[in-house]
Design a protein around this ligand. Structure first.
Ligand code: FDP
Length: 342
């Protein structure tokens, strides 16, 4: 970044931005601020590996299968351990739950414990890694529901409306971190020359009118009538919205991020292609709820097709959900069509 392109007084690092946010809460202990900063650091470490993912020592499978029945790539494991190791010893967390692990991870006895719980998907879109496509990390932060004692699984099973903060890191042509603590959505781009996330997208609002819809249309045969009617609406048939363009990367973070900045809707509905997952593919706790918090803070919406994602109380850590997320009017439309047809 040259002096010509940016004046130094305009440079806001993520650290300063998070700290400024804390100043309006005199009661804050700084734990949340530091936790967000730990996650930014994890993002930098993971980004340094994703850009080298094609190299022999990284690429390849570990041979293990994760709790979702997917093959674990080395990069998934690396990302998972990076988040864990940068957050578990700091005294800010009581426990972590990751999409990669069947059980939640309590903070080991040797470390101090804090009042926050971290839920995360360490490497979203991992099936894209082998093809030099973008991937991401998604996180959500809740407060414990009990003051003290051993943390238990039910403390993680909170509806998304209880989220204290959420965000994602998108590893694309550049690395971006986007987060909210309930006071708008802010985006930072990693400047590799200084190794710091700099504020590049303050106060993100989903633009209107929408430009894109994003869905794996290859599965259309397996969708309900309501979801097919919705797709026809997005394609501009029979009084539907005209002129939307279809874009689907197959990495939730990247598809969501594009639509957040350009306007549009992403959906991954329930389908009948896999009898074991009649409720869709995406995970409520690690993916849908954190992104729903961001979507709402940016003026958009997120639904499972029947109601607000943030109002669903998970019954298990790895619960899946249908997801319709982005432009608020387009999310309301799918609820209307599902009510009518399904
Ligand atoms: P992936 O399986 O590659 O980890 O989280 C699951 C996810 O990716 C999302 O990132 C993505 O939106 C979706 O699955 C893609 O699924 P399809 O290949 O079925 O379209």
């Amino acid at each position: 970044m040259s002096e010509d392109s940016i004046s130094h007084s305009n440079i806001i690092t993520i650290e300063r931005h998070i700290l400024d946010g804390q100043l309006v809460h005199p009661e804050a202990t700084g734990a949340l601020t530091n936790l967000l900063y730990d996650l930014a650091l994890a993002g930098k470490v993971i980004a340094s590996k994703t850009t080298r993912a094609g190299l022999a020592e990284i690429l390849g499978r570990t041979g293990d299968v994760n709790v979702q029945g997917e093959q674990v790539l080395k990069l998934d494991r690396f990302a998972d351990l990076t988040v864990q190791r940068l957050t578990d010893h700091t005294g800010r967390l009581a426990g972590l739950a990751s999409e990669e692990n069947a059980e939640f991870i309590p903070i080991p006895d040797k470390y101090p414990k804090g009042k926050y719980l971290l839920v995360y998907d360490p490497l979203d879109g991992s099936s894209n890694v082998d093809f030099n496509m973008p991937v991401g990390t998604i996180f959500g932060i809740y407060k414990r529901t009990r003051e003290d004692g051993e943390v238990t699984e039910d403390e993680f099973l909170q509806p998304g409306r209880n989220l204290v903060a959420s965000g994602y890191i998108a590893y694309g042509t550049s690395t971006m971190l986007v987060y909210t603590t309930g006071h708008g959505v802010h985006g930072f781009t990693l400047d590799p020359s200084v190794g710091e996330f700099l504020l590049s997208h303050p106060d993100i609002r989903i633009p209107s009118p929408p430009k894109y819809f994003s869905v794996n249309i290859g599965y259309e045969l397996f969708w309900s009538r309501g979801v097919r009617a919705y797709t026809e609406f997005l394609q501009g048939r029979e009084g539907g919205v005209k002129g939307l363009s279809l874009r689907y990367i197959g990495t939730l973070v990247s598809d969501f991020h594009r639509n957040l900045l350009a306007g549009g809707v992403f959906y991954y509905p329930a389908d009948t292609k896999d009898p074991n997952t009649p409720t869709g593919k995406l995970r409520l706790l690690y993916e849908a709820a954190p992104l729903a918090f961001i979507a709402e803070q940016a003026g958009g919406g997120a639904s499972d097709g029947r109601g607000r994602i943030l109002d669903i109380r998970p019954e298990s850590l790895h619960q899946r959900t249908p997801l319709f997320i982005g432009d608020r009017a387009l999310v309301e439309k799918v609820e209307e069509l599902i009510r009518k047809h399904d």
